[in-house]
Design a protein around this ligand. Structure first.
Ligand SMILES: NC(=O)c1ccc[n+]([C@@H]2O[C@H](COP(=O)([O-])OP(=O)(O)OC[C@H]3O[C@@H](n4cnc5c(N)ncnc54)[C@H](OP(=O)(O)O)[C@@H]3O)[C@@H](O)[C@H]2O)c1
Length: 254
């Protein structure tokens, strides 16, 4: 990352596995990165613990469940006790299906309040509350980026296939939040670039049940997705704030 100051500090929210864990790994492989805060509801996950062992000085794993506002507040207090500035906040956690029976709806009849609530709590409310709690650390005179992990299926204009109600609607709500925050940041955090990002279909637990229909060559490894996204984050300028950007740098319509 060449466009953050030397020794920059990053926070990756949703870092226990999948894309978030790989973001942590790649940031730590950047010698210009001074510290990485990896938040997760399982900060003792195997992947994070392995990274902690090799990077005990630069990596801090912090408990944060986006559905528990108290955990967001205490994580923000802990991080603020260690750094005065964050240069990157990456909200990565997302939820499409779970082992308790949540799965993407095929039709209107499949909608349930329980799945809607779960989906919105993680995919929409989570990034909002986390951004709110860490915003003071992003308001400073250095270049900073707040990236929210969206998904192309959150685009209203691009929706041709239907289905996946809870996930689509929650990501669309997240997108509106990203855009709204980018407007506020122009007034209150003038060096902060606020982005919505789409990683492309990536080989993780989230996409695993839906990979059979992915065209040849379009299922990315986490390594590839993260390299592409970190390049977008590194190259983004203040004029890019408020954009919804795909892995290839192209705009996605809202
Ligand atoms: N993979 C894709 O093809 C794809 C495509 C488009 C967009 N995305 C987006 O990319 C992001 C990362 O997805 P992924 O593919 O890496 O998925 P994943 O492997 O399923 O990982 C999801 C992550 O979210 C965390 N999480 C879920 N609920 C949480 C909560 N209540 N509090 C804190 N963390 C929570 C999980 O933590 P636990 O380990 O504790 O469950 C895990 O670290 C998501 O926002 C997803 O919507 C992915």
């Amino acid at each position: 990352m060449h466009h953050f100051p030397d020794g920059y500090a990053a926070l990756v929210q949703g870092a226990s596995r999948g894309i978030g864990l790989e973001v942590v790994r790649q940031l730590l492989s950047d010698e210009r990165c001074g510290s990485v805060f990896a938040t997760a509801r399982r900060p003792d996950s195997q992947g994070l613990q392995a990274l902690s062992k090799s990077e005990p000085d630069r990596l801090r794993c912090v408990y944060l469940d986006v559905t528990e506002p108290g955990s967001i507040e205490s994580a923000a207090t802990d991080v603020a006790a260690e750094v005065e500035r964050l240069h990157l906040l990456f909200n990565v956690a997302g939820l499409l299906h779970d082992s308790a029976g949540m799965s993407p709806e095929k039709r209107l009849a499949d909608i349930s309040l329980e799945s809607l609530e779960k989906g919105f709590r993680v995919n929409a409310f989570g990034p909002m509350l986390v951004s709110q709690a860490f915003f003071p650390l992003l308001k400073h005179s250095d270049r900073a980026v707040l990236a929210n992990m969206s998904a192309r299926v959150g685009s209203i204009e691009d929706n041709r296939l239907g289905g996946w109600y809870a996930y689509r609607c929650a990501k669309a709500a997240q997108n509106q939040f990203t855009r709204t925050l980018s407007v506020e940041a122009v007034r209150s955090a003038r060096k902060l670039i606020v982005l919505a990002l789409h990683p492309g279909t990536t080989d993780t637990g989230l996409s695993e049940p839906f990979q059979s229909g992915v065209p040849e060559g379009r299922l990315f490894s986490s390594q590839r997705s993260v390299t592409q996204l970190l390049q977008i984050i590194d190259q983004a300028s203040i004029e890019d704030s408020g954009r919804f950007i795909a892995w290839d740098g192209q705009d996605i319509p809202w």
